[in-house]
Ligand binder design. Sequence first.
Ligand SMILES: [Zn+2]
Length: 284
Amino acid sequence: MSERFENVPCTICGQQNAEVFMTGSGPARVVRCRNDGLLYMSPRLKPAIIREQHKTFVRADNLEMFTGFRRAMLRREARAIQRLKPGGRLLDIGCATGTLFGFFQGSGWRLHGVDTSQTGVELAAQQYGAEVFCGTLQEARYPSRSFDVVSILDTLYYNPQPERELLEIRRVLKDDGLLALEIPGYNYRLMRERGPLCWLLNGAWVRGFANCSHLYFFSPRTIRRLLANAGFRIVRVVPEQASISVAGFGLLLNHLHFAAARLLFHLIGVSIAGKELYLAVKAA
Ligand SMILES: [Zn+2]
């Protein structure tokens, strides 16, 4: 194995008892833990290399990814959060350029953002008046029980140690605080990686998790387990739309898929949505 990669234990059970689920083109593999079913990348790039990649995640040439097509989703997610928490201190982890803050502009909110991208946090501070920290949540060393809402949207699966991240979120969240966690939909993700939908959208039967920056693929069961282990209780799950980076017919299909996914979720509780928002509180 290349010295850039390392084998890692499962973040839920702490053991290395996994079978290969899917291989890609390089040394990275997606494995499934035999104990709890968690799908994760192992071997994967070493943390220092991952950290370097994240620093340039937000760049002058890809700002549209953060300011453009995510906007409609973030507006809906902000509304879902504000239904439960109408004001207070919001911390957005992985805030990128701060697009989420645009939907928390009332006087009742104080905005804080964390991101390892300097370009991202500078824009978030300039555009939305957010207090920002360039680095990781662990490095920010916020005092305990500081925030009414902590959001981590489409970000947790990049973190090499998600359980440690959730424990730190729990520490900085007020006792009656709200966690808003958005992750990719598991069923949707699997359908995108192989089979007919993969062929339709990517022109190949197997994509094989080609994007090895995603370290975890949480299912409804494994994310529930991870949140419970970190001391959280889920109060609501909201199906969300797949990322829209396409126009024309692809965009229409995306909207149709989202409508079908919402209906299916409300009818039988099964999610084929592109993303899922978990709202959770501290467990008693
Ligand atoms: Zn495990």
